[in-house]
Design a binder for this molecule. Sequence first.
Ligand code: IYR
Length: 221
Amino acid sequence: MKPYNPIPLDFNYLSHDEMLSRSQQFLEHMIKRRTVRSYSTQTIPEVVITNAIKAAGSAPSGANMQPWHFVVVKDRQTRAKIRKSAEEEEREFYTHRASQEWLDALAPLGTNADKPFLESASFLIAIFLKKFSYSEGSIRLKNYYTTESVGIACGLLISALHYAGVATLTHTPSPMRFLNGILDRPKEERPYLLLVAGLPSPDATVPNISRHELSEIMTCL
Ligand code: IYR
């Protein structure tokens, strides 16, 4: 067992004015994030993606096990395969698997089984959840709070990309086990999310949805 080995905290203490101004700026920036379904084929620098993944990899995780793996997919052929498999699952979803209640909830978003963005956007990032890690001696270690940890990392990833001017779409074909085969990931990694990343097409539109008021999402005691 590794011993507890503390080091001094590197923390940026801010004045209240600075806090207020930063929080306001961040809010104004984040509320502009929209899920984008129509992408241009224009490229973005790959380092923007790797920087965002480094930021995501700094997320807190259960026992610091960092139970995630990010696969960046640029390759056209691989993306065509992903699209084909995802659309097969989605056709099943939209015609058989989804309840009417679920389809009604999705109607205002205008989604359907066609997923052209899986090929048109610059990058796909497949995020896998690792139920186990391996220590130096290849000893299998259990990871903790994996769903929470990977969810937080994905939140950071989406925020980092948005901050860098990259639009995203959280796509979750269900089931998405086909990603293990196409992307050559081990069985014990569970595909968690397929994140589409790129620049919106110039004529991109988004559904006219609203966000809950603060009073609906927050209680102060
Ligand atoms: N996975 C399907 C359906 C879908 C489900 C939810 I919940 C969404 O918020 C959006 C879509 C699809 O990607 O179309």
